[in-house]
Write a protein that binds this ligand. Structure first.
Ligand SMILES: Cc1ncc(COP(=O)(O)O)c(C=O)c1O
Length: 369
């Protein structure tokens, strides 16, 4: 009789496989190299003027003991800023998506999602009783095909700026198509928050399309430089989530300090010119791209600029080469992206200097053949 592998052995085997593929994930210390890696697009993590708080924790979930007038005032401020009927603060973008997608559709309904949708939405969909289909990335014909196969209430999940490609959803066209099928759109604005729109409101408001969406997810861990998220939508949606979203109901609420940080980030968005500096830097980066770099580049107007470097070893070689030049950026490997679509992911910030951007381009030029 063959001996069953112990759990410990099984875990070790899975790790050994990752090691063998040169794709073992390890935690890095915070780097002192030039930041072309973090999602802190506006540098807010270092510059927010956060009011101190004496409370270290919220003491319970919002429904038990964790709610406060501070939550409610901040939710009003967020809803106002985003021209939404309501906002519901969640502990993170991951929590928001898992809680929203797991409860929003029911048996007989259909969720259709872009093939490059974030893992938090995929995980929420997995917990849902609805049927689900993916459509080809940003492809309207593919979306239409899936809409034709859908039944029940239809939810379409898309992102504004895709986190591993940096490209933008054709929102207006997706809305027009979805209207024909009475499909409800949920837009994850994680990488557009603080980036698109005059004051960083996100993609929907930059096109004045916010009223055409069923819900939006704004996250605060990226350009906002802090932590947490908000789901924007109708009063009914907010009340429904308070009653049915398990990650909202069964988790300790954010502490007052986190709320102060989110508040400070919204105040800073409306008062500073970090967003125009960010776009100036993105334009500079793009203007320096040579034909060789352009041939590997995933076209993007956003702070996320990626160059396809197929093969784990190759992508890691470029990552290491950039580090030798004093630049911090990450190779993105399978399974985060499809096999053969490994890449180097450069994140541009408002605080990167013109010399740093030039150094980044020159180094990429030298390392990418
Ligand atoms: C598109 C998208 N949605 C949601 C999340 C999760 O947000 P958070 O980091 O706040 O959990 C991320 C973060 O990686 C993301 O890129």
């Amino acid at each position: 009789m063959s001996k069953t592998q112990s759990l410990e052995e099984k875990l070790q085997l899975k790790l050994a496989l990752r090691k063998q593929n040169n794709s073992l994930r390890v935690l890095h210390d915070k780097s002192s190299l030039i930041d072309f890696c973090s999602n802190d697009y506006l540098g807010f993590s270092q510059t927010l003027n956060v009011k101190p708080s004496t409370l270290s924790g919220a003491t319970g979930s919002r429904l038990i003991s964790g709610n406060s007038s501070q939550f409610e005032q901040l939710e009003s401020k967020i809803a106002n800023f985003h021209q939404s009927e309501t906002a519901l603060i969640c502990n993170s973008g991951y929590d928001a998506n898992i809680g929203l997608f797991s409860c929003i559709a029911h048996k007989g309904d259909t969720i259709i999602y872009d093939q490059y949708i974030h893992a938090s939405i995929r995980d929420g969909i997995r917990l849902s009783k609805a049927r689900s289909f993916s459509f080809e990335h940003n492809s309207l014909p593919s979306l239409q095909k899936k809409l034709e196969q859908a039944s029940g209430n239809i939810i379409v999940a898309i992102e504004s700026i895709y986190s591993m490609d940096g490209d933008c959803a054709p929102l207006e066209e997706i809305i027009t198509l979805c209207e024909q099928y009475k499909a409800h759109i949920i837009l994850d604005e994680a990488h557009a928050m603080g980036v698109l729109g005059e004051k960083g409101e996100g993609l929907a408001q930059s096109l004045q399309l916010q009223d055409k969406l069923f819900a939006r997810v704004q996250t605060f861990g990226k350009a906002m430089g802090c932590h947490g998220a908000a789901i924007l939508g109708s009063e009914t949606l907010k009340n429904y989530l308070i009653n049915y979203s398990r990650s909202f109901i069964y988790s300790t609420a954010l502490a007052a300090h986190s709320l102060n940080s989110i508040n400070a980030a919204y105040t800073k968005l409306t008062s500073d010119d970090d967003i125009s500096n960010l776009h100036k830097n993105i334009s500079q980066f793009k203007s320096l791209l040579s034909d060789t770099l352009k041939s590997k580049w995933i076209e993007s107007e956003s702070p996320i600029q990626c160059f396809l470097i197929p093969g784990v070893d190759e992508a890691k070689r470029v990552e290491a080469g950039l580090q030798v030049k004093g630049l911090n950026s990450r190779a993105i490997l399978h399974p985060t992206v499809e096999e053969g679509k490994e890449r180097i992911r450069i994140c541009i910030h408002s605080f990167n200097s013109a010399q740093e951007i030039k150094l980044c381009i020159d180094s990429l030029e030298e390392l990418i053949k």
